[in-house]
Design a protein around this ligand. Sequence first.
Ligand code: F6R
Length: 243
Amino acid sequence: MELIIAPDSRAIATIVADAIAALLDRKPDAVLGVATGSSPLAIYDELATRYAAGAISLAGARAFMLDEYVGLAADHPQRYRNVIETEFAGRVDIDPANVQGPDGLAADIPAACAAYEQAIVDAGGVDVQILGIGTDGHIAFNEPGSSLASRTRIKTLTVQTRQDNARFFDGDLEQVPTHCLTQGLATIMSARHLVLVATGLAKAEAVHHMVEGSVSAMWPATILQHHPHATVLVDEAAASRLQ
Ligand code: F6R
């Protein structure tokens, strides 16, 4: 695992955008793995700025989302497909048809999860996967206790994660969905390069476990220790519990 401690989220975003730009240079039809939440926002801002300046193009690229809430209406602003459109896809030239996520409105959820896994395989796998980390060490929505061998499936969100995400729902916990579809830990581990971003003191304990703890389903992000090419980018606050 490669650990980079950078001054702030803008500095982190520059490093990640440089890596994505280099990938797009050598592989214009690169497959990106995109996360929602606060952590990747500076990266999406940086990619949008570079696209507006004519420095990069994602016209040939594809993107796969990590996760999706179950049951949010198609036009709900917090539906992750809509969040990704607003924060990332709609600000660059990626073809909207080439941005895919698990279908949180599917009638047959197991079939939708299997189809999503197949779509990632059919695209040749993910070249670079952007990740955030939950305060409880989750990645995507693989909460503590998730199988290290898991694939895309339905999961129950913990109260902790629902509380963490209530800020996106007017601070109202009742509005936060109780279930999600999420890539599994094994799905994420199939990506060729993992890039995990964490800033702020609230992430310090999870970062400590991820980097220095034993690999355990109770801290799902520790699985990154088994990835041959994982880059963790943190600010000083998120790094403050590292020994
Ligand atoms: C979202 C996701 C989650 C977040 C995590 C951190 O697609 O996969 O694992 O990355 O909950 O969220 P933020 O970045 O909002 O602190």
